[in-house]
Design a protein around this ligand. Structure first.
Ligand code: DOR
Ligand code: ZN
Length: 427
């Protein structure tokens, strides 16, 4: 056996002191004692699955001053994420076979973690999705305008969903209704203005339209970053192939607790009230939410440091995603079972990955965690190119090690793999 690792391993809902046997990047045995060519004993530290983040914007190609695949994937690795899925609102947008091939090539050379790519569905490429599906992990539909986004016209939603359904791949939707956004549009000076212009009714209207147009479809449909009580209620009667994701910024922040630098918290959909935030936590703890996703959307401090109306929307978060939830778990806000389901197992299942769980036959993707070590998040210790975080000062538990396919990627604040270690998955 190539490699064995010993510690408190989480399996089937509980911890046991045991060993993982790893060969060719896969877990091939789990036993009380095993000895491989190389053996690592992590003592009483925990061994839990690495996270899968199905929603990041690594800005590559097109916006290298904000992020690129190398810095974005390094940030992911330090945050215990072994696999990321990148959104298509880059420059050029990922909407054709050529742009998918080009992005696959650049990410294969730069990524430190495994990755998959989404293609955007636009009014123009609806007829070519079968061809695109051979090169992407899934599709993204923006129903409302957002940062650098390519919006789909509402009259094309049904045909777009029918076409993506045929490909059997997942379709992710940004659920804000454009008609509603337009009706509420106005000059924005504050986060409360942003909230008014992108009201919960806009999310609710988009969610209802998606449900109405997907009643007879069977491929996975994912509603990204649910943010409101109204959207949550509309999703209660969703079809079984529909999943719902939430982000840390909608769960750990609320509009009334943010008193400084408002443009830094400008994001679509907006950070709402504590009532909305509590509804999302209720959903998590009652099995009504399926996925944790970072929606890592970096913009530089310079870009954010302008008057509110002109600031771009989006916040970084791939590196703090898992650590924030581990700290929340310590505080009793959710169970470890729920955390691992939403951050590891379910995203792996939706993207059909052999990851997300410590189980024989799956990729040896796991993190080593010392739960006694709570740290405080500071931007200077993070690795995104944007150089700031909306979670400055928040408690977090960072992994001490990350393994991807049995390779040690992070150890004691060092990254040990070269750019290009990450493999393209999900195609
Ligand atoms: O706030 C957002 N920023 N929402 C999005 O939908 C896109 C993202 C970005 O790419 O900056
Ligand atoms: Zn996004």
């Amino acid at each position: 056996m190539d490699f064995t690792v010993e510690g408190k391993i989480y399996r089937n809902g509980s911890f046991e002191q045991a060993c993982l046997g790893i060969e060719k990047g896969k877990i091939i045995e789990i036993k009380k004692t095993l000895k491989g060519d190389t053996h690592l004993n992590v003592g009483t530290k925990l061994i839990i699955p690495a996270g899968v983040d199905l929603h990041v914007h690594f800005r590559d190609p097109g916006f290298p001053h904000k992020e690129d695949f190398s810095t974005g994937s390094t940030a992911a690795a330090f945050g215990g994420i072994s696999c990321v899925f990148d959104m298509p609102n880059t420059q050029p947008q990922t909407i054709s076979t050529q742009t998918l091939r080009d992005k696959t090539h650049l990410a294969s050379q730069k990524s430190c973690v495994d990755f998959g790519l989404y293609a955007a569905v636009s009014d123009e490429n609806i007829g070519r999705l079968a061809e695109l599906s051979t090169l992407c992990a899934g599709f993204k539909i923006f129903l409302g305008s957002s940062t650098h986004s390519l919006r789909l016209s509402p009259q094309n939603l049904r045909v777009a969903l029918v076409e993506t359904n045929r490909t059997k791949k997942i379709t992710l939707l940004h659920a804000e209704d454009e008609h509603c956004l337009k009706a509420n549009k106005g000059l924005e000076h504050s986060l409360v203005d942003h909230l008014r212009c992108r009201s919960a009714e806009c999310e609710e209207a988009a969610v209802r339209a998606i449900i109405q147009n997907s009643y007879d479809l069977s491929s996975p449909i994912h509603i990204c970053h649910l943010s409101s009580c109204e959207g949550f209620e509309a999703l209660r009667k969703r079809p079984t192939n529909m999943s719902v994701g939430v982000t840390p910024h909608h769960l750990f922040l609320d509009v009334h607790s943010l008193n400084t630098k408002p443009a830094f918290y400008k994001v679509n959909p907006p950070i709402r009230s504590s009532f909305d935030r509590d509804t999302l936590w209720y959903g998590i703890n009652n099995k009504l939410i399926d996925i944790f996703e970072s929606d890592h959307a970096p913009h530089t401090e310079e870009e954010k440091n302008v008057d509110f109306d002109n600031a771009p929307s989006g916040v970084p978060g791939v590196e703090t995603l898992y650590p924030l939830f581990l700290a929340a778990m310590k505080k009793g806000q959710l169970t470890l079972d729920t955390l691992l389901a939403l951050l590891c197992e379910k995203p792996a299942q939706l993207l059909r990955l052999s990851k997300g769980k410590i189980e024989i036959g799956r990729d040896a993707d796991f993190i080593v965690v010392d739960l006694k070590k709570t740290e405080v998040i500071t931007a200077e210790h993070l690795h995104s190119k944007c150089g700031w975080t909306p979670f400055e000062g928040f408690p977090a538990v960072f992994p001490t090690m990350l393994f991807i396919r049995g390779e040690k990627v992070i150890d004691d604040h060092q990254i040990l793999v070269k750019q290009g270690f990450g493999k393209c998955v999900g195609v």
